[in-house]
Design a protein around this ligand. Structure first.
Ligand code: HEM
Length: 644
């Protein structure tokens, strides 16, 4: 019989059960690995989508035995069905596990939407898709994979626990590796030390297998045969209780490298009888000169550690979720306000009714005075919205950060300051209009004047007060020695555009263009005119059929262009995980009674959902009854495994 003594933590006293087995640690590791694939470079990875259930992620060596954690959670998922996503369940399980061991309540942002398969993780590698865009393994760089790849080593989500491939067992080199890997997730040194040391306050590494064969067959990862990383032992003598003993023991004891029972290199204390371990990566938090003072602070002050861990854990689990408007929780008041890494914006000024009709007529006058404003305004709006990434729901024109450095200084944004200066007159004369709305409206007016199909306008954007939210990662991305066609495809994918939408947008008025039509594609096919390398990539096999289709059908092109343009301009107007404020909002900009009819576009304006989404809203995901189900579900799962 097993003796369960803490809600999510199971210590087995029966002789058929291992001495200590903490499923709480497993749940934390599951949540960490699900989220730790996030990379700031392009917003890919992370737990939104719940792709850790599928190949390739579940088969990454680092994710060994996390299928067991998913099995434990399966009954809870079954009970709540589509009202609870796997992504939310995994994060909630991690939170619950941490809280169950004495950590104060953690904030929770629910609303993750499950992917139907793991294909969006192929680009994270190891895979042909990753090799094509960001080669690493095949050219013998294993252990030294460069950004934008998240891990330094393919198959790991972060770094090698035994130290870098090129310099094993060296905590100082390992520290450099850790800094590199965690900065690719967006973390600074304090967040990194808090996360690693706070995480390893719990649970243990698994390699002791008294009854070989280990790590294979039906008993792989179960009970006493659990063999996961090949490293063995807990980091503290109290691995089921929240403490800062990890840091105290790391700094106060002497450590010696040796070979553990799993045949891997790990460290043991030489001046203590405590049965605990450190990995080379752990001792990096002692031997790296910048990490050391942070570790010392956490060893002395558990409150400081607690605050930093809670903040870093929330960022870890929420970085791919976009602004708080996407978060749901049955107690909305418990959703934290926008954090600095969530591009906070001021609240909307509800009191002022903006005269968009007046604004548009003034914009139109500027265009009528100088037709160069068509391309100038279209370019300004396009560049303002071009930061949007569907991968982590960051960026977009809301906030109009294109007015500030660093965005205003990106070479791709040359000329946008002049267009903004032209629009100042309108801003001055229309009370309450935000720069963001003005930019979008100016772009729309320009496109329609150039011959584009009329679009609905949805106002209500607000202005940021500085450019802090324009993280460098939102700048146009560059890859070394990569074919342009791959870059074009990558850009469309990150923005959430279909290939047709992406190709259509290439025809937007540029430079002194005044007309929007399929003539752009006719000329491109004929080789007339000058084109940059990205435009030339449209003639490659992947995009050529679309170019030909547009060249032969102006109406079709314009319908898709309108859909794509509106999608870009409204994609960042979140209303819950999958909703969009602009679905129900049309602000007239012309003097007439009825809004414009929507034609039969291929991709609808407000359709921000992804293929395969279950379209759910996990409204109950933070509620107490579900938390108690987590406890009960894990209890039953643990019991089952224990009795095996
Ligand atoms: C440098 C970064 C890190 C490295 C190299 C690392 C490495 C490892 C390894 C090798 C294991 C043993 C797995 C096994 O054999 O079962 C482990 C377990 C664990 N890690 Fe980490 N880890 C890192 C960061 C983190 C972070 C950031 C967290 C959470 C915030 C975390 C939480 C855990 C937990 C809770 C366990 C215990 C799992 C269990 O009890 O089954 N780790 N880690």
């Amino acid at each position: 019989m097993c003796d369960i003594f803490v809600a999510l933590t199971f210590r087995f006293s029966h002789e058929s059960c291992r001495a200590v087995l903490a499923f709480s640690g497993l749940m934390i590791r599951l949540a960490w690995h699900c989220n730790g694939s996030y990379r700031e470079f392009d917003g890919r990875g992370g737990c939104d989508g719940g792709r850790i259930r599928f190949d390739p992620e579940i088969n990454w060596p680092d994710n060994a035995n996390l299928d067991k954690a998913l099995q434990l959670l399966a009954p809870i998922k079954e009970k709540y069905g589509s009202s609870l996503s796997w992504g939310d369940l995994i994060v909630l399980a991690g939170n619950t596990a941490i809280e169950s061991m004495g950590f104060p309540k953690l904030p929770f942002c629910g609303g993750r939407v499950d992917d139907a398969d793991g294909s969006d993780s192929l680009i994270l590698g190891p895979s042909d898709a990753q090799e094509e865009l960001t080669p690493c393994v095949s050219i013998g760089q294993q252990g030294m994979c460069d950004s934008p790849l998240g891990p330094t080593t393919m198959g790991l989500i972060y770094v090698n626990p035994e130290g870098p491939v090129s310099d094993p067992d060296n905590p100082v080199s390992s520290g450099l590796d850790i800094r590199e890997a965690f900065s690719r997730m967006g973390f600074n040194d304090t967040e990194t030390v808090a996360l690693v040391g706070g995480g390893h306050a719990f649970g243990k590494a698994h390699a002791a297998c008294p009854d070989p064969p280990c790590g294979e067959g039906a008993m792989r990862g179960i009970g006493k045969n659990t063999f996961t990383s090949g490293l063995e032992g807990a980091w503290t003598p109290q691995p089921t209780t929240w403490t800062n003993l990890y840091f105290q023991n790391m700094l106060n004891l002497e450590w010696e490298i040796g070979t553990g029972p799993g045949g891997h290199q790990q460290w043991a204390p030489t001046n203590s009888d405590l049965d605990i371990i450190m990995l080379t990566t752990d001792l990096a938090l002692r031997d790296d000169p910048t990490y050391l003072p942070i570790s010392q602070l956490f060893a002395e002050n558990i409150t400081a550690l607690e605050e930093q861990f809670a903040a870093a854990w929330y960022r870890l689990t929420t970085a791919d979720m976009g602004p708080p408007e996407r978060c749901i929780n049955d107690k909305p008041e418990e959703i934290p306000p926008a954090q600095w890494w969530q591009q906070p914006l001021p609240n909307m000024m509800l009191a002022i009714e903006v005269d968009y009709i007046g604004a548009r007529s003034k914009i139109q006058a500027l265009i009528d005075e100088d037709s160069n404003n068509i391309a100038a305004f279209a370019n300004l709006a396009h560049r303002c919205a071009a930061t949007f990434r569907v991968t982590d729901h960051k960026g977009g024109c809301n906030g109009a950060r294109i007015r500030f450095a660093p965005e205003s200084e990106w070479p791709e944004n040359a000329g946008t300051a002049d267009a903004l200066a032209t629009l100042e007159a309108v801003k001055d004369e229309i009370p309450g209009i935000s720069y963001a709305d003005l930019i979008v409206l100016a772009g729309q007016t320009a496109i329609e004047t150039a011959g584009g199909i009329e679009m609905d306008f949805c106002g209500g954007r607000v202005d940021a007060t500085d450019g802090l939210g324009s993280m460098d990662a939102l700048a146009p991305r560059y890859y070394n020695d990569t074919a342009q066609v791959l870059l074009v495809r990558d850009d469309m994918q990150v923005k959430g555009l279909s290939a047709k939408e992406g190709v259509a947008l290439f025809a937007r008025p540029k430079n002194s263009d005044e007309v929007l039509s399929n003539e752009y594609f006719v000329q491109l096919l004929a080789g007339e005119g000058e084109y940059d390398e990205y435009e030339m990539a449209l003639l490659e096999e992947e995009f050529l059929p679309i170019v030909e289709e547009f060249a032969g059908d102006d109406s079709k092109f314009k319908v898709i262009f309108r859909s794509a343009w509106t999608k870009m301009m409204t994609a960042d107007r979140y209303d819950g995980p999958v909703g969009n404020v602009c679905t129900d909002r049309i602000d007239p900009t012309l003097q007439r009674d009825a809004p414009v009819d929507v034609e039969d576009g291929e991709e609808m304006v407000s359709d921000v959902s992804r293929e395969g989404d279950e379209g759910f809203r996990s409204l109950n995901s933070g509620n107490p009854s579900m938390r108690s189900d987590l406890v009960v579900g894990l209890f039953l799962g643990a019991l089952t495994l224990c009795l095996l």
